[in-house]
Design a protein around this ligand. Structure first.
Ligand code: GLN
Length: 274
């Protein structure tokens, strides 16, 4: 019997929705682990003792400034950093969670916000505007094939996602073991503090940043009818990235009821445990 514990940071934001979807996703992956009698535990994380029990961690959407301030006050900020950058356990950040996992973020300096870091990217907060400018879009996520299998017929179904004051990855940075020095010189920018590299961890650049999804110009054009897809360009905005143990999405998969990304990520956690 293997027991796997997944935590959701529960200081602020949409943590209970993640817990619900994790539960749903455990049914989706049940077949894959029939022989191993895998037992899942999903827990809310507010204290270091709870974090220590987790084989993987989700940082939910919400308000990244609030989450970082509450984390600092409750003494879990530094342990979270260790978890991501030294222990290198699987971590997934959605929306505000992605901001916290970035090595550099703009529009942050005045608020006293801190970043955990882990992803060598620069994020642009509130990229699509304010709350009232929230929108939904259908995304093509080829990696979901691993969850449903090519024969189920559902592998090509687009993933309906929700963007609420969402960030995008505006720049992929050169991986560095120290601080992102050049970024720290930029105006209104906060960078994550560096962490000493572990002897067992990958060397700098060994884990590149992978772009996992771009939001097609079409979706943005749907939201703002005055902009056409061709004006925006074919590439589109980067809304999902992975670098080694760290995964980040701009959008909120926990608000759609579609558990496929959770199922995919849970499989990554199983791999890392094994
Ligand atoms: N704009 C928010 C922030 O900066 C994130 C929004 C969200 O998580 N839905 O933290």
């Amino acid at each position: 019997m293997t027991s796997i514990t997944i935590g959701v940071l529960a200081l602020q934001g949409a943590f209970s929705e993640h817990l619900q979807l994790l539960q749903q996703a455990s049914d989706l992956v049940a077949n894959d682990y029939q022989d191993q009698q895998l037992q899942w535990h999903f827990i809310e994380v507010r204290k270091v003792e709870e974090l220590d029990r987790c084989d993987g961690l989700i940082l939910p959407g919400g308000e990244s400034t609030t989450i970082s301030l509450v984390a600092a006050r409750s003494g879990i900020l530094e342990p979270l950093r260790e978890y991501v950058k030294v222990s290198r356990k699987p971590v997934w950040g959605t929306c505000a969670g992605l901001i916290l996992l970035a090595e550099s973020a703009n529009r942050t300096k005045a608020t006293g916000q801190e970043l955990l870091g882990g992803l060598d990217v620069r994020v642009n907060r509130n990229h699509f505007g304010r709350q009232v400018e929230s929108f939904e879009a259908e995304l093509d996520l080829p990696f979901l094939k691993e969850v449903v299998g090519p024969d189920s017929g559902t592998d090509k179904q687009p993933f309906r996602s929700v963007f609420i004051r969402a960030p995008v990855v505006e720049k992929i940075l050169e991986p560095q073991s120290g601080i992102q020095e050049a970024q720290s010189q930029l105006a209104d920018t906060v960078v994550a503090p560096s962490k000493a590299a572990t002897t067992t961890g990958p060397k700098v650049g060994e884990w590149p940043v992978e772009v996992m999804c771009r939001l097609p110009g079409r979706a943005k054009a749907l939201r703002d009818r005055e902009v056409t897809a061709s004006e925006i360009g074919e590439e589109g905005d980067i809304v999902a990235v992975r670098q080694g143990n760290v995964f980040g999405t701009s959008f909120h998969p926990e608000l759609t009821g579609d558990a496929r990304i959770h199922a995919w990520w849970m499989k990554q956690v199983v791999q890392s445990v094994q």
